[in-house]
Design a protein around this ligand. Structure first.
Ligand code: ATP
Ligand code: MG
Length: 451
């Protein structure tokens, strides 16, 4: 298929939907996308702004997706157009606008036949394996986060979603609550915890065995998995992804033996199917980040603390007018709150006001052990930065930090980025970008990490 044929085919598809032929700039964009050029290069070539070209590209890809009945994006454009062009030329021959309606119907029909054939070969039963998922008995707040997940999974068919945040912030609880509320929407739901087993081959085999009722071929398991993801609407949840990353290095670096997960995450977004993978992690890795969400079906939900007092209402506390202050002090982290509340009940008879009057931030032994685990994961340079940050009372600029540390500018930038990817350092936007530690982390570092 040459460029001329691509332009002609695209023109027929666009004409069928809009009644208008491609204009010069649309042709240039299609030609560029076909040739694998970036929008930036295409923009340079036709002397337009990149955002204008990107906008045109996006609209064209949407029209083509609608006309062809499947997702066409910048990255599958060439293979999809070629495949459908070959199929449609076998059916009717290309190059006649008046024939296009017939072409579109024929393709739709063949798409439907294909789906019916797939349905026939589908194993009949659904498969839900939540053996390793926690049971949620109390759930408060997080209405917006639940809606966001629902929108991404049910309306946008997002294929890779990461739920991220500090230990104890409520990632696992939120995702499990979502699964409990939406179980029936999925043919297959599988929950795996990487703290318990990290063998990807083992996980894939279990999924295939569950779905295919034991008929798993020993070879090409990834191909078999993607066949299932295509035929059925699956939701796979992998909890505690940070277990796959190296300790003592920058955040989100895969251990050599788990690079196959890295490939799986990328394949989830690049290969066509109808399923989703949710990654729950304390650390962000590169595969979870997407600068152009229009093009890649990837999303990130970064959890912050809870704000409402409702989470504390059944904990048997007194002085409810002071609860908001306690939540603020412990940054709405449910696990810190549970911990401190148990101390307030045992030592202060549940009187929150009395605890707050002590005017000191208590880092309990459980908080300490949680934070110690996180600190053991830091690279030496990150540890230096955190120690230095804990000495400041106020948020601090990168320049001030650099002057107080003997790190190269590159190490400082990488260190700050890595700490942000672990949710240990907060970035404060303003005229000048500032960095800060959370109150609990600062107190922990001051009291537990000084030599
Ligand atoms: N929305 C919520 N309503 C009620 N309790 C919650 C909520 N979110 C979290 N919790 C409670 O806080 C605790 C920590 O939550 P969870 O285990 O989900 O955190 P996490 O972010 O997955 O932590 P980790 O990274 O250490 O696994 C749990 O005991 C859970 O019951
Ligand atoms: Mg968890």
């Amino acid at each position: 298929m040459d460029v001329k044929e691509v332009l002609q085919f695209a023109d027929e598809l666009v004409f069928a939907q809009t009644g208008k032929h491609l204009d010069d700039i649309q042709e240039t964009v299609i030609k560029g996308v076909w040739q694998g050029q970036t929008y930036e290069t295409i923009a340079d070539e036709c002397h337009r702004s990149e955002s204008h070209v990107r906008d045109i590209g996006y609209k064209l890809l949407q029209i083509l997706s609608k006309q062809l009945g499947e997702d066409v994006n910048k990255y599958n454009f060439r293979s999809t157009i070629e495949r459908i062009y070959v199929k449609s030329s076998q059916v009717i021959g290309i190059g006649n606008h008046h024939k296009f309606n017939f072409c579109s119907q024929t393709l739709d029909q063949s798409h439907q036949d294909n789906q019916q054939n797939q349905a026939k070969s589908k194993p009949s039963s659904n498969f839900h394996d939540l053996t390793l998922a926690p049971k949620i008995t109390h759930f408060y707040d997080r209405t917006t986060e639940l809606q966001t997940l629902s929108h991404w999974l049910t309306h946008q068919n997002t294929r890779l979603i990461s739920v991220l945040g500090l230990s104890g912030i409520g990632k696992t609880t939120l995702v499990k609550q979502f699964v409990d509320l939406n179980l029936q929407q999925f043919d297959v739901v599988v929950w795996k915890n990487l703290k318990l087993s990290q063998s990807l081959d083992g996980i894939i085999t279990e999924i295939l065995t569950g779905v295919n009722h034991d008929s798993v071929q020993p070879d090409n398991k990834l191909t078999q998995l993607f066949n299932v993801l295509r035929q059925k609407k699956c939701l796979i949840i992998l909890d505690d992804i940070q277990e796959l990353f190296i300790k003592g290095d920058w955040a989100g670096q895969f251990k050599t033996e788990y690079k196959n997960y890295q490939n799986l995450f990328t394949m989830m977004t690049e290969i066509e199917h109808q399923s989703s993978l949710i990654l729950i992690s304390q650390e962000q890795c590169q595969e979870m980040i997407c600068l152009d969400e229009e093009l890649y079906p990837i999303k990130c939900l970064e959890l912050e603390g809870v704000e409402s007092r409702s989470i504390m209402k059944n904990w048997g506390l007194k002085d409810d007018e002071t609860w908001a202050q306690l939540i603020k002090l412990y940054e709405g982290n449910p696990v810190y709150l549970k911990d401190i509340v148990s101390l307030i009940k045992n030592i202060f008879g549940g009187k929150v006001a009395d605890f707050l009057n002590e005017d000191s931030l208590i880092v309990t032994k459980d908080m300490k052990s949680r934070l110690t685990k996180l600190f053991k994961r830091l690279s030496p340079r990150e540890q230096e930065i955190v120690l230095q940050l804990s000495k400041f009372e106020q948020p601090v600029s990168r320049e001030d930090l650099r002057q107080s540390l003997s790190l190269s500018s590159m190490d400082l930038m990488n260190g700050l980025e890595s700490l942000r990817q672990r949710y240990l350092v907060k970035r404060i936007e303003g005229e000048q970008v500032l960095f800060d530690l959370s109150l609990v982390v600062r107190e922990y570092v001051r009291t537990c990490c000084q030599n």
